[in-house]
Design a protein. Structure first.
Length: 338
């Protein structure tokens, strides 16, 4: 019996050692050793549309790099930074695997499974900007997205310091949302852009797709884009979209000789109801005289710079004039009742 116990004990210890070793290999950011040296450990896998490549930290550092001071705003409103970041632009890395098309997105994955999807617009550096002193919204800023491997002059390869950072492109000190500053990045892959459609019914029937909605958000240097910050619990979330009246202008009758947006003011004064319905058949009803050219009723498609997902997608009604019972998400249809 004693021998049997010793055998079982030995097997148990061996199993623990093997399991610990396996977990160590798995959770050390799937470091693979090309030649058994630390400098040859793979720290990033980049999956492009044309090819997939693995990179060591040394190989990443051999790309042309940029350095800049940057910081971010947490969802709670807390400001972090500034710190000095050094790294390689994401577009430079993407060019090494065939680049990225306008109808594709970049999925960034951290070692703990956290994911963020970056659109082509984001990769071009278009993000909401915030004052670095008080966190107030400043409008849409221009940034350079980098994969940073050095912070304040320190490279910490043991903890895989690779992270996304946004450097103000013009040298300004404004900040961005921290939700996409992914830490411990281990993989990035190019994916097909997700699409959606919302149906519109009125004097004329129409529909709007994700790409069209996003295009209108950038008309005349983004003058139509509306950004709204909302305190939700202990978090301050930032929503982006278009005013509801802009979308209603698609279906309220063409006004001859007018310029976009062709909102029918006389029809709105006459009065009609606006119905907004989601995939759960929930419906919100608004009055035309309330929403007419009023940017306080917003159809948001992004939350903290990322397109809405899950039950919130594709659209959510938010804004200063929207009460909590009207904050409908997952919007699929909008129509006006004359």
């Amino acid at each position: 019996m004693m021998v049997k116990h010793k055998i079982i004990f030995a097997i148990t210890i061996s199993t623990v050692i093997f399991t610990a070793t396996a977990l160590g290999v798995y959770f050390r950011v799937f470091y693979e050793k090309k030649n058994g040296n630390v400098d040859d450990q793979i720290v990033l896998t980049l999956q492009g549309s044309a090819s997939t490549k693995n990179y060591t930290l040394t190989e990443i550092m051999n790309f042309p790099n940029i350095t800049g001071s940057a910081g971010y705003r947490r969802s709670t409103g807390t400001l972090v930074g500034p710190n000095l970041y050094k790294g390689v632009e994401l577009n430079t890395l993407l060019a090494d695997v065939g680049g990225i098309n306008v109808d594709e997105e970049l999925e960034v994955i951290a070692s703990d499974g956290y994911k963020v999807t970056l659109t082509s617009e984001m990769l071009d550096g278009k993000f909401p900007a915030y004052d670095s002193e008080n966190g107030n919204y400043l409008g849409v800023g221009n940034f350079k997205l980098i994969l940073a491997y050095e912070i304040d002059g320190v490279i910490n390869s043991e903890n895989n310091i690779l992270r996304i950072a946004a450097l103000p492109a013009t040298g300004d000190d404004y900040y961005t949302d921290g939700s996409f500053w992914v830490r411990e990045v281990i993989k990035m892959k190019v994916i097909s852009e997700s699409s959606w459609i919302v149906y519109l019914y009125g004097i004329t029937n129409d529909s709007i797709e994700k790409s069209t909605f996003e295009a209108f958000m950038h008309v005349n240097d983004s003058e139509l884009r509306v950004i709204y910050q909302l305190q939700e619990g202990d978090r301050i979330n930032t929503y982006e979209g278009l005013a509801l009246w802009i979308i209603i202008s698609f279906i309220d009758g063409e006004l001859e000789g007018s310029t976009f947006p062709t909102f029918n003011d006389s029809l709105a004064v006459g009065g009609y109801d606006v119905f907004i319905k989601n995939s759960l058949e929930e419906t919100v009803i608004l009055k035309s005289e309330d929403i007419a050219r009023n940017d306080s009723y917003i159809l948001a498609v992004k939350k903290n710079t990322v397109f809405l997902k899950g039950s919130d997608a594709p659209m959510m009604l938010v804004g200063p004039a929207v009460v909590s019972l009207q904050m409908i998400s997952g919007i699929t249809e909008i129509w006006i009742d004359l």
